[in-house]
Design a protein around this ligand. Structure first.
Ligand SMILES: [Zn+2]
Length: 250
């Protein structure tokens, strides 16, 4: 009996461990800590190979290398967000068509969703920020453009409040917003930006994503950043990736 007990316990442990792994593989699959943290995303699924093999991955440490006359960005965000989702990796507000970003003389992109990372994923000349928002857009050919906005440690950001008040604590939950979310309310007045080619910063890490990082940061309070960290059960930023041969345009 004394010899059997450890075996039985071992079996039970192995069983519950594999059950929880199966659950996490299905529900979570990858994360920012644990077995499938960013350096191991490619091991979580064969379709995540680009997370390791890509040469144009995001985020990066943004150090502009070329001064060029970048085309101006024009935003027409008329539609407000009505729900907020906790997908286990971020807090996200979906948008139906109606909010557009135009690169002067170029493509028109439609805002798909806005989500958040704490601390920031990209860094600006080595500087990390408390929060970064990603405004994810797509044009009619499926090309993606992410508008990135930084928030430094400071005053509470009032534009975030409708989301933060309703933010679900459990992964997989969506909440209806009591007060609608205006995406313009968390953007700086100046849309001056730095441009680089990159990828999704989450699996499957697909490349060919156009990145416009706004130069002017807004503020966020420590309490607001902490509230997002609590809902995410920790930080939700992928570390910066090698720039390699990419030009970073200013
Ligand atoms: Zn993101």
């Amino acid at each position: 009996m004394k010899k059997l007990l450890p075996v039985a316990l071992g079996f039970l442990l192995a069983f519950s461990l594999s059950a929880s792994l199966a659950f996490s593989a299905e529900e979570q699959h990858w994360g920012y800590s644990g077995a499938y943290s960013p350096e191991n995303w490619h091991k979580a699924d064969p379709s995540f190979a680009m997370c390791k093999e890509g040469k144009n991955q995001a985020p990066i440490n943004i150090e502009p290398r070329y001064d060029v006359a970048l085309p101006a960005l024009e935003l027409r965000y008329g539609r407000k967000g009505e729900t907020v989702l906790n997908n286990g990796h971020t807090i996200q507000v979906p948008f139906s068509n109606g909010n557009s970003l135009t690169v002067a003389g170029g493509a028109v992109y439609s805002l798909q969703q806005v989500h958040f990372h704490t601390p920031s994923e990209n860094t600006l000349a080595g500087r990390s920020f408390l929060l970064e928002a990603h405004f994810v857009h797509q044009d009619e050919n499926g090309n993606m453009l992410v508008l990135a906005v930084f928030y430094k440690d400071g005053e509470k950001n009032p534009g975030l409040e409708p989301l933060w008040a309703a933010m679900p604590q459990a992964a997989g939950r969506t909440a209806k917003l009591t007060e609608k979310f205006d995406p313009m309310s968390i953007l700086p007045a100046s849309l001056d930006y730095i441009y680089f080619n990159g990828s999704l910063t989450t699996p499957p890490c697909w490349e060919g994503v156009r990145w416009c990082a706004l130069k002017t940061p807004l503020t966020v309070s420590q309490d607001q950043a902490q509230a997002l960290r609590n809902a995410m059960k920790g930080p939700n930023n992928r570390p910066v990736q090698p720039v390699n041969a990419r030009p970073v345009l200013n």
